[in-house]
Design a protein around this ligand. Structure first.
Ligand code: IMP
Ligand code: MG
Length: 202
């Protein structure tokens, strides 16, 4: 048990062995999630301030992009005291030569009835910007009252497209990160911190 003492109750030793270093720890993530929720909440209040009381409720749709945003969204929504709904969306990206994707398409249908709603698209990371560019265009076609973009992480200088998120958790260097929802080959999403992987694990 002595060798495992540092692992904590959430981490599995096999997963921990693959980790190179912690970029953002749990406390910083939790504090930032609260700040984003507060900013979002203030924006929602402004969005609906002109409406009579009974019409203010139920106009917010949070649209998490599967699968990377699920941990972030699960934490975020518990700090939002609004009557809101979730509309999950799945995207497929077609990998290019490297890890960069050449194209993005939405899998299945967009969540229904976005007309007149305040939609916030939520993703784990803004990299090239393709995912959010494609999604926000599709959502706008549904005539929502507003569309905002929220990302946990952003790699500055990487976005080729003019995608400007309204809420950003952290700007990070151009390194491949996993944890808190982000994956490598489907793994490490359950790691509670945002970390880099040792070269042998990639
Ligand atoms: P974009 O469409 O190029 O902005 O890419 C966004 C998607 O790429 C994210 O939703 C992730 O799935 C993936 N991605 C980009 N960088 C990373 C990373 O450092 N770790 C894990 N996934 C990443
Ligand atoms: Mg993803």
């Amino acid at each position: 048990m002595a060798g495992r003492a540092k692992a904590g109750p959430y981490a599995l030793p096999a997963m921990l062995r693959d980790i190179e270093r912690v970029l953002i720890d749990r406390e910083r993530i939790a504090a930032r999630v609260r700040e984003i929720a507060a900013a979002m909440s203030a924006d929602f209040a402004r969005d609906t301030a002109h409406l009579p009381e009974p019409e203010r409720d139920g106009r917010i749709v949070l649209m998490p992009v599967l699968t990377g945003s699920i941990v972030f969204v699960a934490d975020l929504i518990r700090h939002l005291p609004h009557k809101l709904s979730l509309g999950l969306v799945a995207v497929s990206s077609y990998p290019g030569k490297s890890v960069e994707s050449k194209g993005v398409s939405i899998r299945g249908e967009l969540p229904g009835d976005l007309e007149g709603k305040h939609v916030v698209i939520i993703d784990d990371i803004l990299d090239s910007g393709q995912t959010l560019d494609v999604l926000s265009r599709l959502v706008r076609e549904r005539r929502p009252a507003s569309v905002r973009l929220c990302v946990l992480l952003r790699k500055p200088g990487k976005a080729k497209l003019d995608v400007r998120p309204d809420y950003v958790g952290f700007d990070i260097p151009d390194e491949f990160v996993v944890g808190y929802g982000l994956d490598y080959d489907g793994f490490y999403r359950n790691h509670p911190e945002i970390v880099t992987l040792r070269p042998e694990a990639r």
